[in-house]
Structures are given as structure tokens and as C-alpha cells.
Design a protein around this ligand. Structure first.
Ligand SMILES: [Fe+2]
Length: 282
């Protein structure tokens, strides 16, 4: 039985005082207390205010002095080298379909492009795949700072409420490791690491569920635009922006050797020393 009870004994990474109350937190705390049937179709999402021309306002969720998304413990089931993909659904996948969409913002509410989101979760039976990569995958925010993951509602397992794991990292910035939660879950009241600030908005759409969450990272300023153009050299050799690297590729950067941990296209700002999620010094 996969079980994450070790989660409950590890120190919370944050360590600091809880964030001060903001309008967003009040909303999410209220969501936590509302029974699920009342939630469905009843929660206002940031993107509900999106104008008809499809363009978002620059700071749709950051008009009240928002705070960084709190970190949570990684737990025992993270694995590097997850596949690059926007959907964790595979042929034969069982479980209630779920989409998780949102934006990643910096401290000044600017949307962040090219942010890495590395997801992992339990399957419908509450088990993690520790051999392969079922229900594991990474993706990047687009130029609007938006992401969308297609997956299933994770199953429950002993000791924890229902949750998703994710690592979020803007180029050249530290990794935020955290977890996202579902409103209306009975175990939210008993899971000691549950944090209402990490509740997603969830609504029903037919037989599927649509969840929304916006991350706020401790990042000031924007992220480097994605370079366009073809790779300048094959994998290996000296690290080079624009090159498609595979897990296991070896490069040198500034005279030091590095091994690629996850397939990705190298970008300015993602130099190996700056992105430990992608490169390990060898
Ligand atoms: Fe977990």
C-alpha cells in the first residue's frame, strides 16, 4: 500500500508564520467550509471575469497584495525525469477526469512564462507509480503564464486527504514544492498538513471536474522570453540555449559537467547551475 504517512512527521518547509489574511485567502477558507454540492457552479474563478475578447487583464488574481503560494513537503514519491506532457491520461486510464488550469504569477502579479510545473499524484486507487511514470508529468506555462493539466481525480490513501503534488519553478529561480487540495473533502479536516490556502476551485462539468489554481512565486520581474530558432548543436558538448536535451545528456557549462534530469528545450535563464530540476552537477 502506498502511503505517505511520513508526510505527517516531516517539518513543514515554510516554517514561518501563516500569511496574513487577504481577500483571496478568505475566499478560499470559505470554500473549505462549504459542502461540495454548494460549490459546484458556485465559485467565481478568476477566468470567469475574462473579457469576451479572450484577453486577460494582466493581474487577474493579484489586486489585493497577494502572497506567495505556501510550500509543502515533497513526501516520499517524487521522481525526477517525468515526461513532458500536458495530459496524464493514457489508454485505459480509470478515474474521474480532471483538468487543472491556472496561471503562475510573480510577486508583483506579473504572469510568468516558461515556468516548469512538475506534477505527480496517486491513481484512482490511491497508489503511486514508483516504477514507471503513470500520473507523472511536467509542462511549462505559456507566454501568458497559463497552464492546463489533464488528469484524473487522485484516489485516497491512508493518512492523507485528496491532493496533487507539484513542483513549480520559474527560470533561474528556486523550486516551490507544494500540494493542491480539493474543497469539500471530509479528510481536509483531519489531515494535519492540509492548508486551505492551497485549495483549488473545483466545479463539475458533466462527468468531469474542472479545477483552477493560480500560483504566486517569490519572483520579481518577468521571465526571459523563449528563444526561437533551431538548435545550434546536437545534445552534448557545451550547454546551448535552443537545444533539445534528453534525460541523461551530458554537457559542460562554464567548465563544469552537468547531467540532464528531464527532457526539455534549453532556454536563456535555464543555465544548468540555475535549474536544479533540470540539471545535476556531475
Ligand atoms: Fe501524496
Amino acid at each position: 500500500m502506498d502511503d505517505e504517512r511520513t508526510d505527517r512527521t516531516e517539518p513543514v518547509q515554510d516554517g514561518g508564520p501563516r500569511r496574513r489574511i487577504s481577500r483571496k485567502n478568505v475566499l478560499k477558507a470559505a470554500v473549505a467550509a462549504v459542502p461540495l454540492p454548494m460549490l459546484l457552479g458556485g465559485v467565481a474563478l478568476a477566468r470567469d471575469t475574462k473579457p469576451s475578447d479572450g484577453l486577460l487583464t494582466p493581474t487577474p488574481y493579484c489586486d489585493d497584495g497577494d502572497h506567495p503560494t505556501p510550500p509543502q513537503m515533497e513526501g516520499p514519491y517524487f521522481k525526477p525525469n517525468s515526461p513532458l506532457r500536458d495530459s496524464l491520461i493514457q489508454p485505459g486510464t480509470q478515474g474521474t477526469r480532471l483538468t487543472v488550469s491556472g496561471f503562475v504569477f510573480g510577486l508583483t502579479c506579473q504572469p510568468l512564462a516558461n515556468v516548469l510545473l512538475d506534477w505527480w499524484q496517486a491513481d484512482v486507487n490511491g497508489a503511486y507509480d514508483n516504477v514507471g511514470f503513470r500520473f507523472r508529468g511536467h509542462q511549462f506555462t505559456d507566454q501568458r503564464g497559463a497552464f492546463k493539466l489533464t488528469t484524473i481525480v487522485p484516489g485516497l490513501y491512508p493518512g492523507r486527504t485528496r491532493h496533487l503534488h507539484v513542483k513549480v519553478q520559474a527560470p533561474n529561480q528556486p523550486i516551490l514544492t507544494t500540494q493542491l487540495y480539493f474543497p469539500g473533502e471530509p479528510r481536509n479536516n483531519t489531515d494535519p498538513i492540509f492548508d486551505p490556502a492551497l485549495l483549488m476551485n473545483v466545479r463539475q462539468n458533466g462527468s468531469a471536474k474542472e479545477a483552477s489554481f493560480d500560483f504566486v512565486l517569490r519572483v520579481r520581474g518577468g521571465t526571459t522570453p523563449t528563444p526561437t530558432g533551431k538548435p545550434t548543436e546536437p545534445p552534448g558538448g557545451t550547454w546551448s540555449a535552443g537545444t533539445d536535451y534528453r534525460a541523461g545528456d551530458q554537457v559542460t557549462y562554464d567548465g563544469a559537467p552537468y547531467a540532464c534530469l528531464q527532457p526539455h528545450t534549453a532556454r536563456a535563464g535555464w543555465e544548468p547551475p540555475a535549474v536544479p530540476a533540470l540539471w545535476r552537477r556531475t
